[in-house]
Design a binder for this molecule. Structure first.
Ligand code: GCU
Length: 626
């Protein structure tokens, strides 16, 4: 498609040229059309299916045959042009004279879901392309539409079914789904996926992160079977600041004329029918009474049934309201303090990406043990199991788009990429009562280009979802000559509902005792959340409280930080860095780090460090006051 748009424009330009008046606006329109087409390409193939668990699916999880291809020779020919003869063809040699220089075999396999780094020591540091292949059978294709759905794959994926490209996806932490109906045959089929986790300056995230760049098909894969016309998407939540109005939309796929849609919520005796427009879209508005509102103390989920024609989908949805008032965060009409912790999507005991319900229950179970009612899922959307488990456990969630550190702010494709990842996350989790805050990024240096970038992102989020809060993990600074007055001042702060920032006083900035001398200058009438503070401690290493990397240092840091932060009048929450030690290629100090960021309150062996109990005690005091 890109090529065709380009062609049309070139023809246009040539005719202009012939008229000898080669106008600069034409150049501009060419460039903007190219950028639009890129964003369009990013969106066009992907068919977002909300609530994958409620659909008719066949899992493709398990062993996938692989080919490790650092030079992408299965994709490009020797002229570095995309080849028609790539590994996606999965050609099998049938004649001894035939030259086929690749083969998927059962000797070379990787588990899906799962990152490749923890599965094969050869791939521990690997950043490049791996080809995955999976055979699958389809019994019945009559009157069916078939889709292939990926929970996520890091970072860039190209998907082929039965040798034909069905779509591409950029971004390692959100779902993508392509229609494959026209390519599928009854019986044997195969899917090939090229996954590449190389980092790019223009990427989201960009080249520098403080987490392991796990590559691979890291979440579940399904073949989804749908009727010709089906329920593709819906948004069913309480209207902003209302306890008795459910609002949202339903979107059907595959219809060309008005159709009825029914929404049932038996738990509150709701059964309401709406009529869509010709393209299958309808806004919904349902008065409701006696809703038991979702909250950490009452994680109530209602059975919700959406049906239309001969399609029906069941879901479990919690209803709650979230807003701010002055410096308060208001949950279901009451001010709430967010007792939180930051979490990476990693199973520290296994040293790999977390993906399963068990992984997520372990991580969130530890957060509950700490006394949390809130978790910051850093720095990217975590797997869907994590969101559902948080919902069931009564944990509110901060969900973040990986706009992290020094993004290529002026690059329009980078913005389109970030907007796409944010939209995909909102599409996936918009019906989840646990998600209360969308975060636009982390520790991004203030500049005009950065401000514009984040503002554009926040506009996407507000347009897609008017029910939740917007924020970002910002930074603080000091004025020359006055290192003890910490100032939070950021042009993007005017666009957020909750003012959040990271600070490392006592670790990267002085010793823990410095906390006791700090004054804060935060001139915003908004709720404040401290999204990061912390110190590294090697689990089991004990010394005096001034010895870095000792548990005693970390313990003292937490005591000093809590005492300091309590003095901030607008303080309404915190998510210290971090629940567990996590892998990072930036952490190379022998013995103490060895490839791990040690700021966890729990070590990579699952041992709780002394600071764990300091925070637990503080959260107990806070919840005692509620
Ligand atoms: C940063 C960053 C984290 C990082 C942490 C650290 O603030 O947001 O991703 O891991 O500090 O240095 O430990």
């Amino acid at each position: 498609m890109q090529a065709s748009i380009f062609l049309i424009i070139m023809i246009k330009v040539n005719t202009m040229k012939n008229c000898k008046s080669f106008h600069p606006t034409y150049i501009l329109s060419v460039i903007s059309l190219l950028i639009i087409s890129n964003a369009a390409i990013l969106k066009a193939q992907n068919v977002p299916l909300v609530n994958i668990e409620g659909r008719n699916t066949t899992s493709l999880d398990g062993d996938w045959q692989i080919i490790i291809d650092p030079y992408e020779s299965g994709f490009y020919n020797y002229r570095h042009k995309e080849s028609d003869n790539g590994f996606f063809r999965n050609e099998i040699q049938t004649d001894k004279t035939q030259l086929i220089e690749y083969k998927f075999t059962k000797e070379h396999v990787l588990k899906v879901p799962g990152d490749w780094n923890s599965q094969d020591p050869m791939l521990f540091y690997y950043e490049g392309t791996v080809w995955y292949k999976k055979d699958f059978k389809i019994k019945n294709i009559l009157d069916k539409r078939l889709f292939i759905y990926f929970g996520a794959a890091n970072y860039e994926s190209v998907v082929y079914v039965n040798g034909t490209k069905v779509g591409t996806h950029i971004g390692g932490f959100t779902p993508f789904c392509f229609e494959i109906t026209s390519l599928i045959k009854k019986g044997n089929n195969f899917v090939v996926v090229k996954v590449d986790n190389k980092r790019h300056m223009s990427g989201v995230p960009t080249i520098m992160t403080d987490w392991w760049n796990y590559g691979g098909i890291t979440r579940d894969v399904y073949v989804v079977e749908e009727p010709k016309a089906f329920i593709q998407d819906y948004f069913i939540q309480l209207k902003k600041n209302s306890f008795d109005q459910i609002e949202g939309f339903v979107k059907l796929n595959g219809i060309t004329s008005k159709q009825n849609v029914k929404i049932e919520i038996p738990g509150v005796k709701i059964e309401k029918t709406f009529e869509t427009n010709d393209s299958g879209y309808v806004n919904i508005n349902i008065p409701v009474e006696n809703l038991s509102l979702w909250s950490p103390g009452n994680p109530k989920l209602y059975k919700v049934i959406v049906s239309s024609g001969n399609d029906k989908i069941k879901d479990r949805i919690g209803f709650r309201t979230i807003s701010t008032k002055g410096t308060d965060i208001i949950l279901n009409g009451k001010s709430v303090f967010l007792r939180g912790i930051s979490i990476h999507e990693e199973n520290p005991l296994k040293g790999r990406r977390a993906y399963s319900k068990e992984d997520d229950e372990m991580l969130l179970g530890w957060a509950k043990e700490l006394g949390c009612n809130f978790v910051r899922l850093a720095h990217y959307p975590h797997n869907e199991n994590m969101i559902h488990t948080a919902e069931e456990m009564g944990l509110m969630v901060w969900e973040e788009t990986p706009v992290y550190w020094t993004i290529d702010w002026k690059n329009k494709n980078t913005l389109a990429n970030a907007e796409n990842q944010l939209s995909e996350a909102i599409e996936r989790d918009k019906n989840s009562a646990s998600v209360i805050i969308w975060s636009m990024g982390n520790e991004t240096p203030v500049s005009d280009a950065r401000n514009e970038f984040l503002i554009a992102l926040s506009k996407v989020a507000r347009k897609m979802d008017g029910t939740r809060l917007i924020s970002a993990a910002m930074e603080k600074h000091t004025n020359a000559g006055d290192p003890l007055t910490q100032i939070v001042q950021d042009p993007f702060a005017d666009y957020v509902d909750v003012l959040a920032f990271n600070e490392y006083i006592g670790w990267y900035d002085g010793l823990p005792v410095k906390c006791s001398k700090i004054k804060w200058e935060i001139n915003y009438e908004k709720p404040v959340i401290i999204t990061e503070f912390g110190a590294d401690a090697l689990g089991g290493y004990h010394a005096d409280k001034l010895t870095r990397f000792s548990e005693e240092y970390q313990e003292d840091l937490y005591k000093q930080q809590i005492a300091m932060l309590k003095k901030i009048p607008q303080l309404r929450g915190m998510t210290p860095w971090i629940l567990c030690d996590f892998r990072s290629p930036r952490r190379v100090l022998p013995y103490y780090e060895d490839g791990w960021n040690r700021k966890g309150l729990i070590s990579n062996k699952g041992i709780k460090k002394k600071a764990f109990y300091v925070l637990q005690k503080f959260y107990k005091e806070l919840s005692g006051k509620e």
